[in-house]
Write a new protein. Sequence first.
Lengths: 349, 832
Amino acid sequence: MIGDRLEEARDRIEQVRAEALHAINEAQTTHQVETLRVEYTGKRSALNQVMQEVMPALELEGRKRLGADVNAAKQDIEHALMSRRDELGALELEQRLEAERIDVTLPGTDYPRGYSHPLLQSVREILTILEQMGFAVYEGYEVEWETYNFDMLNVPKYHPARDAQDTFYITNEMLLRTQTSPAQIRLMQSHDPPVRFAVPGWCYRNEAEDATHGDRFFQIEGLVVESDITMADLKGTLTEVAHRYFGADRRVRFRASYFPFTEPSAELDIECIICRGAGCRSCGGEGWLELGGSGMVHPKVLRAGGYDPDRYSGFAFGIGPDRYAMQKYGINDLRLFREDDLRFLRQFN
Amino acid sequence: MRAPTQWLADYVDIEMTTDDLAHRLTMAGLKVESIERPGADWQDVYIGEVVEIEPHPGSRKPLWVAKVSLGESTITVVTGAQNVRRGNRVPVVLVGGRLPHGPDGSPMIIERKPMAGITSDGMLASERELGLSEEHSGIYILPPDAPVGRRLREVMAGDVLDIETNPNRPDTLSMIGIAREIAALTEQQLSLPDLDVVGDTVTWLDEESLPVRVDAPDLCPRYSALRVEGVSPGMSPLWLSNRLQAAGMRPINLLVDLTNYIMLEYGQPMHAFDATLLAGGQIVVRRARPNERIRTLDGVEKALEPETLVIADAERAVAIAGVMGGENSEIKDDTSTIVLESATFDPVSVRRTAQALTLRTESSARFEKNLPPEQTVLGLKRYVQLLQQITGLPLRVARITDVAASPPPERTVTMPMRDLHRLTGLPISPEQAAEVLSLLGFEVEYDTAEVRARVPYWRRADIELSADLVEEVIRVVGYDAIPSTLPRRTVAPAAPLDDLRLEDTVRSRLLGYGVSESVTHSLTSPEAMARLAAARSNGHSPEATVWADLVPNPAGVYAREAEILPVEIANPATRDRRVMRLTLLPSLLDVVSRNLRHTDERVAFFEIARTIFRRPNDLPYERRTLGLVLSGSRLPRTWQDDSPGPYTFFDMKGMLAGVLEPLRIAGWYVEPGSHAALHPGRSARLRAGGHDIAYFGTLHPTVAERFDIEGWPVQVAEVDLDTVLALSSPQRVFQPLPRHPAAYRDIAIVVADAVPAGDVVRVVREAGGDLLESYRIFDVYRGSPLQEGMKSIAIGLTFRAPGATLTQDEVNEVVTAILGALQERLGATLRE
């Protein structure tokens, strides 16, 4: 009697197991698998019912056997559930990924970006180079006293450079600086040697605008004064700046020139980016283009700054970042720098 | 300065190519800007003589048929030029020959072709066709001594160097000066004409040339004059006219050409008067009389200003000193006695006169650079020598009349060898330095310690100090010889300039926000700036513009708004650029307007530059200023968003907050503003530390229209960066990260529409106390079901206590307090 019940129970267990395994095998989604899991392994599963119904009527041995059978069936079912779930899970993931496929050739999101101005880029690049070489950056005034702009820089009264033709005057004594050099005087007056300064800023000259001139230009002044500075230091410093800015394969040359505030004076030329020194239309056949003036600080200028020219020597230079940028990128018309056309600016970022 | 190489070769041996010569001169400070090679592109161009010339029989056009002798042969040439006469010597291009400038500007090859029935064996050429000048009014008539049958190129003056001379070197405005440089560079002695050797057809008269009175000795340090009788004008010989032409001057007649030739040779301008046309037979150097006028050699009558120095005879001005001669005393075809002037004039006076008359001549260009008085007599002597050589005429020459102040003292400059070494860094010996200086014309003594150099008169204005001699030595030795080194000593590294670091911070933020950097002009006009004032009608005068309405009192530096004025240029080049700008916005708006013509996308620009404010009796205030203008579509139209909106007021406000964030400005806030350029309902100012830091808002539509900006709203801002920098506290102190969780609550309140959101959040902040960590408005709503005139504001609140996890009750208590305060102070109710 008891044995019959046990046998009957074992049949039911086997039946449930077979039914479950079949159902699991038939399941098509992980969701269905999950439903089957609840049905066959939850508290109210058929196997648990068998246990609850039959167990109380069995003696110890029977209970043990029934328990073992139920557990075996449960394990089979759980194993089947797990493997079916993994199987379907992998399939579903694959389907999902396939469904999520996109056209990666569509354009990316357009993040806003501004374009920096090539002239000021070149200013910043050159200032960075100078700072790396130990120059301290200062600023001067755009509106200056005539005496700082001319007299103290050894440009005496009645010098042609002072002429109203070339200089914008505010009053008889006040003007728009024609160069950043007044800062030389101001900095020497306020600092003891040795000094190494760079001064960026706008300068003004009364010149007609064309492809290479304007009535306003940017200049970076450099001043180095120590007890034993030579022209070799000037040459080495400006060559280093040019090589770091243009690359070491662009040749530069120093040639004699004239500026009232330096003696000896030198002009720095760079070989034309187009013809590399051979002469072409772009450089007017000369092969070389001027980058800016320089020289050993004139003794009178040192004295105006309060330095003793017998104890100290130094060099000064004026860098035209617009010319540097033009020669770096092959820009042939200065006017492009003044138009702020986005189509132009975009090219340098 | 144009220098023909064959002319230079009179004084110095040139044993190198023209290119090498140009390079040497350039490196030594005489920059050769270009090299011309006249005749290099000619083929079969000969000198011919016109032996016969007849009108073309079969042509209705005015053609001529000429028989032209080439020495051994005679050819027939048809020409349309009207200036050819029998006996003229002319350039002939044979058939098959080549010229650089045909009628269309490109090279031409001469072909044999009949002209109205007569076959031409060649072509007569103009100066332009030969590439010698722009002259094209007729055939180039050569001087009568041009050798018939020779190739024209063989008698030209050689390659021509165009040299940019330095302003301190008037001596290099002469062939001899340039030759002296070449001599020094190539270590050879200069060979100069011996002026004491004069041909024996000259009779020296024992009488003064003429009375000369210098009434203005301050403007005329020396006036030397010479009377020469028995002269005869006529064409200059070929060599002379070729040299003048190559140097850029037009041959006129021998008597005038010689003055120009000597000016080019020695750098001493000269002038020749017809002696019989000088009233009273005398010269007076004086300032112009009131209302005095003169017709100069260019045929233009000029009114003379009172300070103008003139050369006069007994009655009237006969020349403008140092600039140009007058027609009333010019050399004529029958001139037989001349008075030569060779003088020195004050450089400033000549420059002012030349400028005032806009008459810059070869002569004035030299006087402007301060010529030495020593060379006046050289010019006179050279004139007689050359005139005799060329004409062989029996000349009668009077004694030179010479009115001179005492000559400037001679100067000896000492150059310690130490200066040479420490400035150049090169171990140049005293011998070497002395050799260079001596070749340049200095009289030199030296020992191991120093070189003493007596300065030649032609370098007096230029050489004053030891450093000047150093330059002379090193530029001849060559800058290439100097090694490249870096300063050895280290200088204490300086801190980067705060102002520039601030600029960089602002710039990089804005570039990241999609705003581009612009560089606009700092000179402008009051009219251009006044365009910003919305209320201004177009006829309104800019003088009536109250600048304070457009540029808020910068950092309160002005006591009264009426003192805010732009700095004016006394001598502007154009009216458009006659003041320095007070605001960056007008030029930025122009940039935006221009760019909107070719794109709609993100036309956003900023500029960091100085605005300049007048200050009485002192240098003006230069304020570091940021201008910002946003227009066009804030994003491009893309497949993700095909209608992105324009920039809004709040884009601008957010950008400003983003820009200020790294600068750590304490307690800044925004309140409604009233700026003349802005939409009155969308105008704000940003304040901190008791100052206006910025104003910003939406551009007034009237103003936008004035800048031709249509279709897009424009957001603008101007920020006083100097004040921002002063308020910036870049010091950062680490705050420990919170260890306890935050509690979040959203509230939505209903409040009258007129209550600004700023008031709401201020009440929230104050009522929230220490536990309120942050808040954020996430919704603003008007409309149904809210009553008219009401709005709802939803705020997300974050609470946190420093040392503990907040309980629900604690949070509820604060929220209740906030709602209570909103109710009490703003009449706000919780939205149901």
